[in-house]
Design a protein around this ligand. Sequence first.
Ligand code: ZN
Length: 343
Amino acid sequence: MLGCVIHGQGDLRVDELPAPSPGPGQALVAVRYGGVCGSDLHYWRHGGVGDFRLREPMVLGHEVVGTVVSYGDGASASGPVPGTAVAVHPATPCGLCPECVDGRPNVCRDTRYLGSAARMPHVQGGFAAQVVVPAGQLRALPAGLDLKRAALAEPLSVALHAVRRAGAVAGRHVLVTGAGPIGCLVVAAAKAAGAARVTVTDLLPRALSYAASAGADAVVRADDPADPSWPAEVDVAIEASGVAAGLDTCLRLVRRGGVVVQLGMLPPGQSPFAGNLVVSREIELRGAFRFDGEFDDAIALLAVEPGFDALVSAVVPLGEAESAFALAADRSRSCKVLLDFGA
Ligand code: ZN
């Protein structure tokens, strides 16, 4: 079978891989679509994401949907019947560490996450014609949710988690810095949570137009201080650009005592930020990393909201993986790009 493998910085290949077979407790899934994530792009362009560095070839991909093929011993009872369309929850937390015991498995200190170089050996991802995962990680898609829109389940879960980390947003003005796919999904998640107003900043008009289609009430050119849509103050700010300037914008615009959630993965190492604003305005600065139960909430939301289709800007066959990555990396031309493993 074919898979999309990152061998090092700038070295993305479509390789012939051994066909996997499910072991005890595992399921075999025929992958149909895989969403190209910012972290996949980071592995491709920089050889790592955040503080995780690539140290061996790795199948990329953690935004994966497809169809159940078969189960290993004892696994069929815990997953939907073969032939069922499913989304794959990409995380397998250890269940034993203090964070898991405390009910925060998304920050598990020994988790396995599809297509991640956080641990060695790396956890191979789902950008392949077939993937084996623990059967308990499959989620059957409800009626009305097709595989293409369902491919947004993982990034929407990330967005829902970030909004949950912000606390109460109902009736409040939320700022989102960064209108990439995650930023756009944060807009949708904030509106779904009852935000009264969502303002989004980005450098690119095309990205801001995607944010508007996701439900943003106002969009702002981040490089234009005279843009009349800049808010004087917001209640909550969610940083989804992964650059220090975005965090600076959030800290300067959130009201005193407000909440700033850092969702975007910042460059490796240390980042400068306006720490004195955190002190003098008693801003609550919180991180948001991946998700847990939000995966089921994301699937339920996608099933009833066809508007999400507008965020899938291209579907590219696996054989053209490198051009798919180039397209996904060019936010002046794309929002969420899917690889098609079933063509
Ligand atoms: Zn754990």
